[in-house]
Design a protein around this ligand. Structure first.
Ligand code: 13P
Ligand code: ZN
Length: 277
């Protein structure tokens, strides 16, 4: 037996591998974190090493005090997670004040958690609170087509949500709350974490202009599926725009209202604005 026999660890590795295969994780691009359940911690404890010293998180996440996370390492390649999980991943514990973490497993070659740990943990804190503990996964990927669109579309929640919804009929059903957009900011610190976690109060998806996307969800499949759906929609939009003829027809605001009624989802009216053409 080893950590790699435990379900959550297998799911974590599998998700990293799927993202890499879709081309979203060049070099060390992207990162993943999972808030472990009590059962996960119980099962994983047998494989814990002597804990490291405590390190600063760089922000405060009081609501996550005492929680354990599985997280990708800074500078580690998603490409290598499957073949070398204990080098690429680690399990960390948050201290009683929500200000520090220590390492219990993984990072065997002296690694440490992703540089985006403040964003991951602040997003986890928001989602843990809003979903009463249901959400456990935060995923950051360098999704090519979403990034491309941040160079040509206005950087607003309204435009990105509406354009992505229009490109695939299931989008408003998969992310009915919409998508948030963070203008370009320096990654890896508290400021971008604050901006992103603010958007996570409204959405499960946040775009980082000229950089990538964050997705949140209750489990690996749902979170990965959300990222995949938005990125696929962005790919269709890139193709449509590349044809250079604009849209001849599309899904209208009233079509969306009909869809919402039939699929029993609430679509905020702010995304169903009339367009001028
Ligand atoms: P890390 O290697 O520190 O996870 O950083 C990758 C990344 O995507 C930064 O935004
Ligand atoms: Zn990144």
């Amino acid at each position: 037996m080893s950590l790699t026999d435990i379900e959550f660890f297998k799911g974590f590795i599998d998700m990293c591998d799927k993202g890499f295969k879709l081309g979203w994780h060049e070099r060390n691009g992207g990162n993943l974190s999972y808030r472990m359940t009590d059962e996960d911690v119980k099962a994983a404890k047998d494989y814990f090493n002597t804990p490291s010293e405590w390190f600063e998180i760089g922000t405060t996440v009081k609501l996550l005090a005492g929680e354990f996370f599985c997280v990708t390492g800074s500078g580690k390649y998603f490409m290598n997670v499957k073949s070398n999980p204990f080098d690429s991943l680690g399990i960390i514990e948050i201290d009683e004040n929500g200000e520090k973490y220590r390492i219990h497993a993984g990072f065997v070659n002296g690694g440490k958690p992703t540089s985006e740990l403040p964003s991951h943990l602040m997003n986890h804190e928001v989602k843990k609170h809003l979903t009463e503990g249901k959400y456990r996964v935060i995923y950051h990927a360098h999704t090519t087509n979403i990034i491309a669109l941040t160079f040509v579309l206005p950087l607003t929640d309204e435009v990105f949500t509406r354009e992505l919804w229009e490109m695939a009929t299931e989008c408003p059903v998969v992310f009915p709350d919409g998508v948030g957009v963070v203008e370009w900011m320096v990654p890896g610190g508290r400021d971008i974490a604050v901006a992103t976690s603010k958007l996570m109060e409204k959405y499960d998806l946040a775009i980082w202009a000229h950089h990538g996307m964050f997705a949140a969800g209750p489990d690996f499949d749902t979170t990965f599926g959300l990222m995949h759906t938005a990125e696929k929609s962005a790919e269709i939009l890139v193709k449509v725009l590349s044809m250079g003829m604009g849209k001849r027809q599309t899904i209208s605001p009233d079509n969306f209202r009909d869809l919402a009624a039939d699929f029993n989802v609430k679509l905020p009216e702010k995304f169903l604005y009339e367009k001028e053409d």
